[in-house]
Design a protein around this ligand. Structure first.
Ligand SMILES: [Fe+2]
Length: 306
């Protein structure tokens, strides 16, 4: 369960720029949960400001969303408040949580808004309910170090409680510990977040769990998601250098999922079944990584070789 930080006694209100300056001055460490909690009062004070978000939105609309275009790589659910900057360890955003009857939610599907997609986070972050009764969450905890991370692996999540992130509440989500299955809000809701900029988070993935919260469904990473088509293109080129490169990734990449992506790319250029099986055995089943071996078994089955 994320850490609840009761700051109901704070009634002061500050502007977004004051909050940001205060966060910079504090030199808090978002990778340290105790340090991160020390800046929760600044977020609460911003949360007490009932008009700042409307001002941000008006400014964006007047400038044809120039700032969002530059800084926001998220889906339309997210409004960037203070984008990532060089030498700054955090950024700030607002998240919109559509209610279950919203036509956009119905048209796009709940999963587009991360409802019913149980997941952990590979970073700590502070959040507060700004508008509305807030999204619902079933909260779980688990032991990250006991999970290898291949699809179908039992995850042994422990249910903790069901909660709504209502207005004025402040919580610290703990990296690699808290899992939540978010469910649609009852009314239009907005949260404010302080997020760490994550230089190395992709080295330790976050997990999406199945809807029953019993198994790992897949891993998800923030920064290297586009490597798969690149590996395919290099493998498809047919050059000796390309083959050596993809084989190197398949055997040596520090990111185990990338090793598996490279194995799939190497397999894809083989014409005969026996050549494909050879690649899967040489690079996948013989891998020292259990995650790579298990993912290869899944791929073998998908190709009909199991
Ligand atoms: Fe989340």
């Amino acid at each position: 369960m994320p850490v609840n930080i009761n700051l109901d006694h704070i009634t002061e209100s500050i502007e977004l720029d004051e909050c940001y300056e205060g966060l910079l001055d504090s030199k808090f460490n978002p990778y340290d949960q105790d340090s991160f909690q020390t800046v929760a009062p600044l977020l609460k004070k911003l949360n007490n400001n009932r008009t700042f978000l409307a001002d941000v939105l008006i400014n964006e609309l007047e400038e044809h969303c120039a700032s969002q275009t530059l800084t926001n790589r998220y889906t339309p659910q997210v409004i960037m408040l203070k984008g990532a900057q060089k030498d700054v360890s955090f950024f700030m955003r607002a998240n919109i949580w559509l209610p279950k009857n919203d036509p956009l939610l119905r048209a796009s599907g709940e999963k587009s808004f991360f409802y019913r997609v149980p997941h952990d986070h590979n970073f700590n972050f502070l959040t507060t309910g700004y508008i509305g009764s807030g999204y619902h969450s079933d909260y779980y905890e688990y032991e990250y170090d006991k999970v290898i991370g291949y699809p179908g692996e039992q995850a042994n999540l422990r249910f903790v409680e069901h909660k709504q992130l209502g207005e004025g509440q402040v919580m610290l989500y703990r990296a690699y510990k808290d899992v939540h299955n978010q469910l649609p809000a009852d009314d239009l809701s907005v949260t404010l977040n302080i997020m760490p900029t994550m230089m190395f988070a992709h080295l330790r993935p976050q997990y999406i769990f199945n809807e029953q919260c019993s198994q790992v469904e897949r891993t998800t990473v923030t920064t290297n998601g586009s490597i798969e088509p690149v590996l395919y293109l290099i493998a498809q080129s047919g050059s000796e250098r390309g083959r050596e490169f993809v084989e190197h990734i398949a055997q040596r990449s520090v990111i185990e999922e990338d090793r598996f992506r490279a194995i799939k790319a190497l397999t894809s250029v083989k014409v005969t079944d026996s050549d494909r099986v050879d690649v899967l055995e040489k690079f996948g089943l013989a891998s020292s990584s259990k995650m790579v071996r298990e993912m290869t078994k899944g791929h073998q089955a998908a190709l009909g070789y199991a």
